[in-house]
Design a protein around this ligand. Structure first.
Ligand SMILES: [Ca+2]
Length: 235
């Protein structure tokens, strides 16, 4: 019965760990865009392309600190305009990463829902991660809508989050905050307080019946452990 007691003690320890996870380490540098970059670089550690600006609590209140990122399109008649900021980070293959961001569109200058009929029009705001191998080639990508025009509320910060797994061979990832504008759709989108952390949820029993290793799988060993507990009077 000693081994059963040990199993139960290990099980309790795993539950305690799950209840009080360590604060996840932020991987992105300058994730709140508070530090200006040198020269024409608006935000230290971030690259940028096309219509990207810094807003210092002038047009909207920053979600965090006093500075946020403003984007809008280039107003190409009948065309597509990609505007964004990006940062490269190191990653570990096989690790799950949690990415999140906050976005805001003002009611007086709201971005427009994307439609394809009669022609492409509107905005697609995307939070993107591209995993790259040692040669710099993108080997997998994940993305989520960073704001849904016409659905998400205006005049308030909206939080979006996703989880992505670094595939075998991945050594770096590019995180991109992208606003795609089609045609002459009016509107501006603000970004602030982005985050990328390892999803370090500790492995543990998936439920009360998952009594034995390997955890996460309800298998013969759990049934065996249950039967042993049952015969020991633990029911
Ligand atoms: Ca900020």
């Amino acid at each position: 019965m000693a081994s059963l007691a040990r199993r139960l003690a290990l099980s309790s320890a795993a539950v305690a760990l799950a209840a009080a996870p360590a604060l996840a380490q932020e991987i992105l540098l300058n994730p709140s865009f508070e530090t200006p970059g040198p020269g024409f670089v608006l935000f230290q550690n971030w690259g940028q392309f096309n219509n990207v600006f810094a807003d210092d609590n002038i047009e909207v209140p920053a979600q965090n600190g006093s500075r946020s990122v403003k984007m809008f399109g280039q107003f190409i008649p009948g065309g597509q305009s990609d505007n964004g900021v990006y940062q490269m980070v190191n990653v570990t293959a096989g690790t799950d990463y949690v990415l999140s961001c906050h976005t805001y569109t003002p009611s007086g200058d709201a971005i427009q829902p994307f439609v394809t009929v009669p022609a492409a029009y509107g905005h697609l705001p995307l939070l993107i991660i591209d995993f790259k191998n040692s040669g710099g080639t993108t080997i997998s990508s994940a993305q989520t809508n960073a704001f849904e025009p016409g659905i998400d509320p205006t005049d308030t910060w909206v939080f979006k989050s996703m989880t992505a797994t670094a595939p075998a061979g991945a050594v770096q990832a590019q995180v991109t905050l992208l606003l795609i504008q089609f045609d002459l759709a009016p509107g501006a989108l603000f970004w602030d307080n982005v985050s990328m952390t390892e999803d370090d949820t500790p492995p543990g029993p998936c439920n009360a019946a998952d009594l034995a290793e390997p955890y996460g799988v309800l298998n013969f060993f759990d049934v065996q452990a249950f039967l042993q507990l049952f015969s020991a009077g633990c029911h």
